[in-house]
Design a protein around this ligand. Structure first.
Ligand code: NA7
Length: 292
């Protein structure tokens, strides 16, 4: 077993494969999830299920969180019987969730003031495929010395970890990342729908366009699913909508023009409001296909 003991909170689409990677690399991992059933397969792989947040935080060196949004993170860290109540100066919180950068900065300060526990914001890119393969891209913010002291725990999870600056810098970088991912995903959907209507064999497109200027990792993930109408859940429309909304709100604060992202936000919201919020992002194509 490795020396640093890990606690992982949030066993959603991303959290589960990340814990599997840590277990496979011989880390001792204690897990907790609001819906405990989601921990079952991980317990089979060697994870220990904590009875509550106190049981988790008190028994580990590093607490990792991978939660839906800003409100969920605030609740789990600062709510009643939350992480902050059991934190200590030698413990580190690594937040893999994608949340509001300004809130993340404020949370880091609040945690420091409350229990002197250090907060690293470390949002990820690469989706469930990257999480399963341990090839995520991670953009980190916070205290650089603390990041270096726990750097080894990132190794099973990512192919690149980049320190972007002080608290919240990782989250701000993730918003930049998501502006490109959201707009790219939307144009992929409308292109696939148009191609099919025009008689293009869209099932061939992932191979035909591979390596060209239109290629991208989202394209290689989404295009085959869209071509086959296989909407197996890998990433939720709601998750990307949250991020593009975050980018647009940040742009408003900074008086920066983001016309593409604003349009992307409107289009993703329309898709979510059409009943696709918790469906896979590949369901975007249904918004652009001629109705049967
Ligand atoms: P999922 O699959 O929607 O998982 C979200 C997780 O967050 C899941 O474990 C949820 O628990 C948990 N959650 C959400 N709200 C709460 C509250 N209020 N209290 C406790 N736990 C909560 O998302 P992904 O795994 O795709 O993404 C996770 C993050 O990574 C997200 O920020 C992305 O942008 C990047 P549940 O299982 O529903 O009980």
């Amino acid at each position: 077993m490795k020396d640093l003991k890990i606690g992982f909170v949030g066993l959603g689409l991303m959290g589960r494969p990340m814990v599997s990677r840590l277990l496979a690399e011989n880390y001792s991992v204690v897990v907790w999830n609001r819906t405990p059933e989601k921990a079952q397969t991980l317990v089979g792989e060697g994870a220990k299920l904590a009875s509550d947040i106190a049981d988790l935080v008190c028994n580990v060196d590093v607490v990792m969180t991978c939660l839906s949004d800003t409100a969920a993170v605030e609740d789990l860290v600062f709510g009643v019987q939350g992480i902050a109540q059991f934190g200590a100066p030698e413990k580190t919180l690594i937040d893999f969730s994608s949340i509001d950068p300004l809130a993340s900065k404020e949370f880091a300060l609040r945690l420091q003031q409350q229990c002197e526990m250090q907060w690293i914001d470390a949002p990820v890119s690469g989706g469930t495929a990257g999480a399963k393969a341990g090839t995520l891209i991670i953009m980190a913010g916070g205290n650089v010395d603390r990041l270096e002291s726990v750097r080894e725990v990132f190794d099973p999870l990512c192919s690149r970890l980049t320190y972007m600056g002080g608290a919240g810098a990782g989250q701000m970088t993730k918003l930049c990342n998501q502006m490109v991912v959201a707009c790219n995903s939307l144009v992929i959907a409308e292109m696939m729908a148009l191609g099919r209507s025009a008689g293009v064999d869209v099932g061939c497109l992932p191979e035909a366009l591979a390596g060209g200027f239109a290629d991208s990792i989202p394209f290689q993930i989404l295009a085959p699913q869209m071509a086959a109408h296989d909407f197996t859940l890998k990433w939720k429309v709601a998750t990307l909508l949250k991020d593009i909304d975050g980018a647009v709100q940040m742009a408003e604060k900074l008086q920066s023009e983001t016309p593409m992202s604003r349009k992307g936000s409107d289009l993703l919201r329309a898709c979510a409001e059409a009943g696709n919020s918790d469906r896979d992002l590949s369901s975007l194509i249904t918004m652009y296909e001629p109705s049967a």
